[in-house]
Write a protein of this length. Structure first.
Length: 281
């Protein structure tokens, strides 16, 4: 058998040495220029605007967690994309949603997915949910230099904790600071409106149908007050991306089902433009 110039099938020894279960640490040691934060970038010119993803939300419910996002990407005051995906599976029992510089955010998601897969292959077992959240902290912190130049990436991370049997939600800031949220979280330009709406509608132990409706309501309210957030587009049939993570794993809610919920929300808003009101106790 031809083993190549290195005697290992052509692979350098570093690729076969069991140095670390972290793929990011491996790249930092052997090919740091492949990490997004290590790239040399030209100085941005005046008026430079990178495409930005906007509003994402997450919430714990009876069976696990929901993660959802609108579909709009903006570039300054221009709509750069109308049907962008901002919610992704991190692995079989967790999800990540992105806000901020769109291209860098998607690259961070792919690197995070690879990081979790690499760890499981090397160690033979998956990280705990908290361990996954901590790994994401490192990736977000690694982007700090770019964030200081206006290229920030701010994700939400949520998943089903198999050890505790509950859904958990984590939010981040641009420095990599991580906070576990009690029930709900929102990030992005419309997050203040989405969180406010979701806060009024949310109650612990909500059913799947109720939490999906509440999330769509919250994203509708965000779009109502934030021009960078895209609302339900009935003409183009573009609706929020909604995903659920339960004990059975990650699942994307079918767009036809989200469309039905969004259509009901829009119809109801014809009678109540400001949306449902929280019950008075």
């Amino acid at each position: 058998m031809n083993t190549g110039p290195h005697g290992t099938g052509g692979l350098p020894p570093a690729f076969l040495a069991p140095e670390t279960s972290s793929f990011v640490d491996f790249l930092a040691a052997h090919a740091p220029d492949l990490l997004p934060a290590r790239r040399a970038l030209p100085a941005p010119h005046d008026g430079f605007e990178a495409p930005h993803g906007t509003t994402i939300v997450a919430a714990a419910y009876a069976d696990g967690v929901l993660v959802a996002g609108d579909r709009r990407v903006t570039q300054g005051n221009v709509i750069a994309h109308r049907e962008y995906d901002k919610v992704f599976p991190a692995d079989g029992h967790s999800a990540i949603a992105i806000a901020g510089t769109a291209g860098l955010a998607v690259e961070l998601v792919k690197l995070f997915q690879l990081e979790l897969e690499h760890h499981e292959k090397i160690e033979g077992t998956a990280l705990s949910l908290l361990g996954k959240a901590n790994r994401l902290t490192t990736l977000v912190r690694g982007n700090l230099a770019l964030a200081m130049r206006g290229l920030a990436v701010v994700p939400l991370f949520a998943g089903y904790d198999l050890d505790r049997g509950v859904g958990r939600v984590f939010s981040y800031d641009v420095t990599g600071g991580r906070s576990e949220e009690r029930h709900i979280a929102a990030t992005g330009s419309g997050s203040v409106y989405a969180r406010g709406a979701l806060k009024k509608l949310y109650r612990p132990g909500m059913s799947e149908s109720d939490i999906v409706l509440a999330a769509v309501q919250a994203l509708y309210d965000a779009a109502d007050d934030d021009s960078a957030t895209g609302g339900p587009d009935l003409t183009r049939r573009l609706f929020p991306r909604v995903c659920l993570v339960t004990e059975d794993g990650y699942r994307q809610v079918a767009q036809d089902d989200v469309a039905e919920v969004a259509g009901a929300v829009v119809d109801r808003r014809l009678e109540e433009p400001d949306g449902p009101r929280a019950p008075v106790l």
